[in-house]
Design a protein around this ligand. Structure first.
Ligand code: UTP
Length: 314
């Protein structure tokens, strides 16, 4: 069912790539990071080639919308242009840009990045759907007849931007949203937990989840075992409904290099806060090794080394 929908041109891919990638410490947009071991293909090249491969399989020109931020929009666009869109047509790869929010000091004051600019940063991947609706891409996709959107993070090289199983599941279940989830590795893994609260499916960040519940078991297994890896299939109707909502802000206390190193409050929206607005959600559990290997850190877990090894193995 999913493959037929892709073949009919009903499916588009939304790739979010607006983050600052602070932990990785790569001085360019994270999507430009050379992730494959031998050919040194970037994350952007990988995701584009997956779109092209799927397009070849179904004999249809597919479309992808990439979210950038004010910090990396220019460089991301240039990277695609300089690399001739990695073989795609320019019209297949389009960009929309998310807004910034100011950083605040511990006293709640604005800060300066330079003598004439206020310090600010992208407002989190939770603004994807509202930024998408506000951009011209939403109506373009409607005109193309796109009915379903797959949501993918650029920093998970194992993700499939045209995941036919997820699309099929959404259509079959007449859902607003299907979540592709994996099992938590351990009680202290730093992932959001998928839970049901008062009949609603939602994600609670690990930082906000009570420790006692993280540890709770049912037999041999963790009671709350579904980890959110932010892979979703969404209906365009749901996107239209949710795109006008303002998702809540989460604050985090972070290091920043402004006029010298300092600590700041950063405010971000998270995409999973859209879930309680969905009328009908399905969650599908997958084996981790075929769909999740995030590139977050320069070394250790979630680093180029682990992502490369997982890519080779997958
Ligand atoms: P993360 O929350 O892991 O952030 O983003 P990050 O920017 O990649 O890395 P750190 O935290 O600064 O080290 C998860 C995904 O959401 C996107 C990122 O590009 C990545 O694909 N994202 C994040 C945005 O598109 N916009 C944002 O404002 C934040």
């Amino acid at each position: 069912i999913g493959r037929n929908a892709i073949k009919e041109g009903y499916v588009g891919a939304i790739i979010v790539a607006g983050g600052q990638g602070t932990r990785l410490g790569f001085p360019h947009p994270k999507g430009c990071f050379p992730i494959t071991k031998v050919k040194k293909k970037s994350l952007f090249q990988l995701v584009t080639e997956k779109m092209l491969a799927c397009g070849n399989r179904v004999q249809k020109q597919l479309h992808m919308a990439i979210m950038t931020s004010q910090d990396n929009d220019f460089e991301t666009n240039k990277f695609f242009k300089d690399n001739a869109y990695f073989g795609a047509k320019e019209e297949q790869v389009q960009f929309f840009c998310q807004p910034n929010l100011p950083f605040l000091s511990s006293e709640g004051n604005l800060l300066l990045k330079s003598k004439s600019t206020i310090a600010e940063g992208p407002d989190g991947n939770g603004s994807t759907l509202s930024a998408f609706i506000k951009s011209s891409l939403f109506s373009k996709w409607n005109m193309l007849g796109i009915r379903y959107a797959l949501f993918t993070l650029i920093d998970n090289p194992l993700a499939d931007p045209f995941d036919e199983e997820l699309v099929g599941r959404l259509i079959q279940g007449k859902c607003d949203c299907v979540i592709k989830a994996i099992e938590r590795k351990s009680h202290d893994e730093k992932v959001g937990l998928i839970v049901q609260e008062e009949g609603k499916t939602k994600v609670i960040e690990y930082t906000e989840f009570p420790d006692a519940l993280k540890l709770q078991r049912e037999g041999d297994e963790l009671l709350f075992k579904a980890a959110n890896i932010s892979l979703f299939c969404l209906s365009m109707g749901f996107i239209e409904r949710i795109g006008s909502q303002s998702l809540p802000l989460h604050k985090s206390w972070k290091q920043a290099d402004l006029l010298g190193p300092t600590e700041i409050w950063k405010f971000e929206r998270f995409i999973f806060d859209m879930l309680p607005f969905a009328k009908n959600i399905d969650t599908v559990m997958y084996p981790r090794d075929i769909c999740f290997s995030p590139l977050k850190n320069a070394f250790g877990e979630g680093s180029p080394e682990t992502a490369q090894n997982d890519l080779i193995r997958s």
